[in-house]
Design a protein. Structure first.
Length: 117
C-alpha cells in the first residue's frame, strides 16, 4: 500500500526527491516517515510528518538538508534531499502509522540512493 520511488545515483552535493505513493486507503491522517538502512547498519529514522498538524521531525544527520512534505490530495509523501553526501548512501523506506506514537505498521518496498564522491 506504500510505493517508494525516486532513488538513483547522484554525485555528492546533488539532490534527489523521493516519493511515497499510498494506495488502498486514505493516509491523510497518518503519521508518515522516511527511514534508511545502509549496509551493516541499523535502520535509521530520518524524518516524520504528522497527519493531524503536519508537525515535522528530523534526525540530526539530515536536519537542514532534507525536507519531508505531504500532498494529501495525491495521498503522497515526499522527501526532498539536498546537499547529499556519500554517507547518505542507503536503501530508503517510507512508513506510515495511524497511531500518534509507536511503531509504524505500513512499509514501502525501499528505494536505493547511491551518492558518489
Amino acid at each position: 500500500q506504500l510505493q517508494a520511488s525516486g532513488g538513483g545515483l547522484v554525485q555528492a552535493g546533488g539532490s534527489l526527491r523521493l516519493t511515497c505513493a499510498a494506495s488502498g486507503r486514505t493516509f491523510s491522517s497518518a503519521r508518515m516517515a522516511w527511514f534508511r538502512q545502509a549496509p551493516a547498519k541499523e535502520r535509521e529514522l530520518l524524518a516524520r510528518i504528522r497527519g493531524s498538524d503536519s508537525d515535522t521531525y528530523y534526525a540530526d544527520s539530515v536536519k537542514g538538508r532534507f525536507t519531508i512534505s505531504r500532498d494529501n490530495a495525491k495521498n503522497t509523501v515526499y522527501l526532498q534531499m539536498n546537499s547529499l553526501k556519500p554517507e547518505d548512501t542507503a536503501v530508503y523506506y517510507c512508513a506510515a502509522s495511524f497511531l500518534n506514537y509507536g511503531n509504524y505498521h505500513y512499509w514501502g518496498q525501499g528505494t536505493l540512493v547511491t551518492v558518489s564522491s
